[in-house]
Design a protein around this ligand. Structure first.
Ligand code: TYD
Ligand code: MG
Length: 463
């Protein structure tokens, strides 16, 4: 990356739309973040127009008062409920005054819908302003009608000029401000197009300042695209207090909100919604949702008792192992880590006598959920074995457990909570690591504990 000094001398620079790094020459891959095809040519505007006068002004400014940390009395951060418990849960109990939340996600996933629904609830107590740089006020009104939102307390403007929006905020003093989306906003001080890294960074910084100075809650919507035109919200992640990502398969109606960063709560919490014809509806029992309702059990399918943040979630893991026609058999995962699949296949071969080197192996988590914890290992291994040996497993069997390289089944955290959730959903056999087994547990009868992966092939046949 160039230093600032060098930057000022350069006229044309290439900026990575993903991480914001600058380069004097174009390259196919950004050396900073490793993304491909993200460098875009840009005319560098080294300093905002008013920079000269600004420097002189700072000479007369009083320095900030230095205080002792112990003397600072934090004002009680009251949480503002969004009317959507699933969203509140990801936020850590609601919105905090003066905080900035970034909601990222693919286009069309439901970001505008969710925040409009949240504003409808928030506006009952607080003054809110929705600024749309993407849609006209009529379009927002049509959506509000569809969502059955009266909107008599939701103030809206369609604008994408930063300075004008800030002025509107000054005169209106909203307590909650929604910017939809940050990529459409631009500031007059910079020449680059809306959505460029400079514009996104500077406009976001202005909204962050607004939040910190006035105590207004700012919700920024950000797009995640890979086409190189729009700056991804990654560069914004450092500036804001909370980053939420909207995930989900667009073909299915389920949507997950995941907390990636949260200065006011735990990360990796998820909120679950379903997109209906009347907007997003919360799903209070997500486990039931992700398990497919096949009446007859089939080979290659197993239910995993996963943890998402503090919440147990049952998901179905499916595998297909099929004789490969290729010199290099295919290994594909959807919703799981590909590196773990490679490791599990090696362990299955070495310790469970299951040679899959000439098989294509596909593993998939149903419902567009992403599972990243090692506790999924055992489910993946069992699903693969079940498909490979064409063994049907009982439909009321759930599993969890990590697999070590020596083939041992390692304990995972929050075992009892996983077992409890599986029990709640009517699973009567739960395959668990031996170290997670508790003799005195009231679910002890349902638990089947294993120590080593070599036990699995025989065990599956007996089930
Ligand atoms: P939107 O909130 O506009 O997405 P984003 O702001 O993330 O781009 O949601 C768009 C999608 O949601 C669109 O494909 C239509 C669908 N939708 C419904 O299915 N039901 C609804 O009630 C609404 C408002 C939208
Ligand atoms: Mg939108």
């Amino acid at each position: 990356m160039l230093t600032n000094l060098k930057l000022m001398a350069a006229k044309t620079v290439f900026i990575c739309s993903d991480c914001g790094a600058h380069y004097p020459k174009w390259t196919g891959q950004c050396p900073e973040c490793g993304q491909w095809n993200t460098l875009a040519e840009s005319q560098l505007q080294a300093e905002p127009k008013s920079s000269g006068s600004k420097r002189r002004f700072t000479e007369f400014v009083e320095p900030q008062k230095i205080q002792l940390l112990a003397d600072v009395q934090p004002s009680k951060s009251l949480r503002v409920g969004t009317g959507q418990q699933e969203l509140d849960r990801v936020l850590g109990g609601g919105l905090v005054a003066g905080s900035v939340v970034l909601l990222g996600g693919d286009p069309g996933i439901g970001k505008s819908t969710l925040l409009l629904q949240a504003l409808a609830a928030i506006s009952a107590n607080l003054s809110v302003l929705y600024v749309s740089g993407e849609e006209s006020v009529e379009q927002i009104a049509i959506r509000a009608k569809r969502l059955n939102i009266s909107g008599d307390r939701i103030q809206i403007i369609a604008d994408n000029l930063l300075e004008r929006t800030l002025k509107a905020c000054q005169s209106n003093n909203p307590q909650v401000l929604v910017i939809d989306s940050i990529q459409t906003f631009y500031s007059e001080s910079f020449q680059s197009a809306p959505g460029s890294v400079t514009q996104v960074r500077e406009t976001a910084a202005a909204f962050v300042r607004l939040a910190k100075q006035t105590g207004c809650i700012v919700l920024l919507i950000g797009h995640v695209t890979k086409d190189g035109l729009l700056a991804g919200p990654r560069i914004l992640e450092h500036m804001v207090d909370t980053v939420l990502y909207f995930e989900g398969d667009r073909s299915s109606s389920f949507r997950l909100i995941r907390g990636i960063k949260n200065r006011f709560g735990a990360v990796n919490e998820i909120g679950v919604f379903a997109m209906t014809d009347q907007g997003l509806k919360q799903v209070s029992n997500p486990s039931a949702m992700f398990i497919s309702r096949q009446s007859d059990p089939v080979p290659g399918s197993i239910v995993l008792a996963a943890m998402e943040g503090s919440r147990p979630l049952l998901v179905e893991v499916q595998a297909l192992a099929d004789k490969s026609q290729l010199a290099n058999p295919r290994r594909l995962t959807v919703g799981l880590e590909a590196t773990r699949l490679a490791m599990i296949l090696a362990v299955l071969h070495r310790h469970a006598g299951c040679p899959l080197y000439d098989h294509d192996v596909f593993v998939n988590v149903i419902g567009g959920v992403k599972i990243q914890e090692p506790a999924a290992d055992l489910a993946i291994a069992i699903a693969i074995l079940s498909s490979y040996q064409n063994l049907t497993l009982p439909s009321k069997l759930a599993v969890f457990g990590e697999i070590g390289l020596t083939g041992e089944i390692r304990p995972v955290q929050k075992g009892q909570e996983r077992i409890k959730e599986a029990n709640k959903l009517g699973f009567d056999q739960i395959l668990i690591p031996n170290a997670n087994y508790i003799k005195k547990s009231k679910y002890a009868q349902k638990m089947i504990s294993i120590k080593h992966i070599s036990e699995i092939p025989t065990l599956l046949r007996e089930l």
